[in-house]
Design a protein around this ligand. Structure first.
Ligand SMILES: [Zn+2]
Length: 188
């Protein structure tokens, strides 16, 4: 299983490298890498497991974050009811995902974004598209998928895909005015 020590931070120059496309069909090693990444997200969002293994909770992880320069990422976002019970999930282990279209409308997280590879505090609004359509291969279901993601989910996808090109969320924060209003954007 993956632990925090396996995740590189933004002081490691690898995080700025460009990840390479993955050849399909997926070989066993790439599949294992993706499944390990997905498992990390699952365990990290389980209170008992995250405490037992010292895992920082995450909803997305790109392969570069464990030092593998391949365009693969895992996503696991739970939907909760008012009592905090899990009632649904957005779960993918994606290979070569690509944004094929996006909305004019923008979105940002009011409280800013975080990243398993970033330990320092970087406050500010990160402008994102409010809706994106993504195409890629999903190793969880073993098929090509077309995903329409909106709001928070759209932001998570864009954050992970940026990692493939060495981009970290705080690169997109206005350095002079981190909380400058973003035109035509919804706050989430
Ligand atoms: Zn990240």
């Amino acid at each position: 299983m993956l632990l925090m020590k396996d995740i590189i931070d933004d002081k490691n120059p690898l995080i700025r490298e460009t990840s390479q496309p993955v050849s399909l069909p997926l070989d066993d090693q790439d599949r294992q890498t993706l499944m390990d990444m997905f498992e990390y997200l699952k365990l990290s969002q389980d209170d008992e497991q995250s405490e037992a293994y010292g895992l920082r909770p995450g909803v997305g992880l790109a392969a570069v974050q464990i030092g593998v320069l391949k365009r693969m990422c895992a996503i696991l976002i739970y939907d909760y009811d008012q009592d905090g019970k899990i009632v649904g999930q957005t779960a993918y282990a994606l290979v070569n995902p690509k944004i094929i279209s996006y909305s004019e409308r923008m979105a940002y997280l009011k409280d800013g974004e975080g990243c398993l590879s970033v330990n320092d505090d970087h406050q500010g609004y990160v402008p994102r598209y409010a809706k994106v359509t993504i195409k890629g291969y999903d190793a969880l279901t073993d098929q090509e998928v077309k995903i329409v993601a909106r709001g928070y989910e759209a932001i998570v996808f864009q954050h992970e895909l940026d990692h493939f090109d060495g981009i970290i969320f705080y690169d997109k924060i206005d350095a002079d005015d981190p909380f400058k209003p973003i035109p035509n954007a919804m706050a989430i």
